[in-house]
Design a protein around this ligand. Structure first.
Ligand code: FAD
Length: 407
């Protein structure tokens, strides 16, 4: 695009049709990645440029979940990258997993949500807490995208406080009888299976695999979202659903089980959100260099340079955080509080960068010709789900003081 394109009547060129994204690497962090990790990142980046960025604006404008992406994500290895190869996963390390999430969310947070839920919130609990038969039955199909899963923890009256959940099941001979409902569940309207967290007769939380088609199980879609519009969201409603006993996850009970899944997903969000931030920074820098006002590129004004310099600073700090956290994850040493810090910081930083990038794009920043406003709106969900910004602060407060301030 010539610089003239952005002057006067030249607003028409769509940035979304010319995806020349390159990630900033101000501290030469690529030197800390191995060849396999760099290859995985570049394959995912090519995949996103080919399969997501040319279409995402349209999907979001229409609030359409692109179902065909499920199979494509399976083929490229975006589902369950850290799950062992023998179950269809990628057998990769956590840095590779992070890079995959970063690249997908660079395209769109809703698309990353689909992949995160399938990998961290459906495959992970089945892998970590499931029986061998459950792993054999579900994991290869989830990995390949033959089936889609969802994760039901949040309820209409219990969001930040999942311990208060009322969804429950009772022993009814050769099966369990499940009743209750879940809300705000990503993938729910299209999911073939749901990993559902519910209390037994003693009030103990367990995971159950509920399959579409079981009588009394419905998944009404949530409409009217201004955020994550290419991701489908819905409820899970259980009305005397007969769940076979072999569908209970036998490996772990208690609230710690779903919270372990959330650790893995939140780690992916820490990387993913910086993908969105890098896309905003890349677009803002390019726009600032091309857009002429007062006979100069707006990039020549100090106030615009300040915005860009602060964006790059925060992106670089977040990249360093992610890399170190990834190493800790690979060594099984990362704590919930460390993951909370990274999720909380990186999403907040990404949202701020999206807002600043929106300013740099002027009026064009509110249109679908650029990815900025979409990222900004998406990140409003990302800062709320998997633990709100404030709940992560309280997790850190608990870690620092030893005093829980949740209730
Ligand atoms: C698009 C989208 C997709 C989602 N996908 C899933 C999914 O796949 N599966 C799933 O189970 N859930 C999902 N969620 C739910 C999400 O995790 C919850 O929205 C989140 O945990 C917050 O719960 P809530 O919305 O009920 O807010 P609330 O818990 O009602 O919180 C409202 C406000 O009160 C604050 N607050 C609450 N308690 C405290 C406290 N003790 N101290 C200080 N402040 C407090 C919160 O920080 C927040 O600002 C999704 C949500 C969205 C928006």
């Amino acid at each position: 695009m010539s610089s003239n394109t952005l002057q006067g009547g030249g607003y028409g060129t769509k940035s979304t049709t010319r995806d020349n994204f390159e990630s900033p690497d101000f501290y030469q962090l690529d030197d800390l990645l191995n060849e396999e990790q760099k290859l995985i990142r570049s394959s995912m980046r090519d995949f996103v440029k080919l399969e997501i960025t040319p279409f995402i604006e349209d999907w979001c404008q229409k609030a359409e979940f692109p179902e065909a992406m499920v199979k494509k994500f399976g083929e490229i290895g975006a589902f369950g990258p850290t799950i062992p190869l023998k179950y269809g996963g990628g057998g990769l390390d956590y840095i590779s997993y992070g890079l995959i999430m970063q690249e997908i969310e660079r395209g769109d947070s809703g698309m990353r949500s689909t992949a995160s839920v399938q990998g961290s919130l459906v495959m992970y609990p089945i892998y970590a807490f499931g029986s061998e038969a459950q792993k054999q039955k579900y994991l290869p199909k989830l990995a390949s995208g033959e089936i889609l899963g969802c994760f039901g923890l949040t309820e209409p009256d219990h969001g930040s406080n999942p311990a208060g959940m009322t969804t429950h099941f009772a022993d009814s001979g050769d099966h369990f009888l499940l009743n209750g409902s879940k809300m705000w569940i990503s993938n729910a309207p299209k999911a073939d299976i749901a990993v559902v967290w519910a209390k037994d007769e003693h009030g103990r939380v367990h995971g159950l695999i509920v399959e579409r088609g079981m009588e009394g199980f419905t998944t009404p879609e949530t409409h009217g979202k201004w955020s994550l519009r290419a991701s489908c969201t819905g409820e899970l409603v259980f009305n005397n659903v007969r769940v076979p006993k072999e569908n209970l996850l036998p490996g772990k009970d208690g609230l710690g089980a779903p919270l372990m899944c959330l650790d893995s997903a939140r780690y992916g969000i820490a990387w993913g959100s910086i993908g969105a931030a890098m896309d905003c920074y890349h677009s803002a820098r390019q726009y600032a260099l091309e857009r002429i006002q007062f006979d100069k590129p707006i990039a020549s004004f100090q106030l615009v340079q300040k915005k860009l310099a602060e964006m790059l600073t925060e992106i670089t700090k977040a990249q360093l955080l992610n890399l170190r956290l990834g190493r800790l994850m690979d060594q099984h040493k990362a704590t919930t509080a460390q993951i909370s810090l990274a999720k909380r910081n990186n999403v907040a930083v990404a949202l701020e960068i999206a807002r600043e990038a929106r300013q740099i794009h002027g009026g064009m920043g509110i249109t679908g010709d650029y990815s900025i406003m979409r990222h900004m709106m998406n990140l409003e969900s990302v800062i709320t789900y998997e633990g709100t910004h404030d709940i992560h602060l309280l997790i850190l407060g608990h870690e620092i003081t030893g005093i829980p301030a949740f209730s």
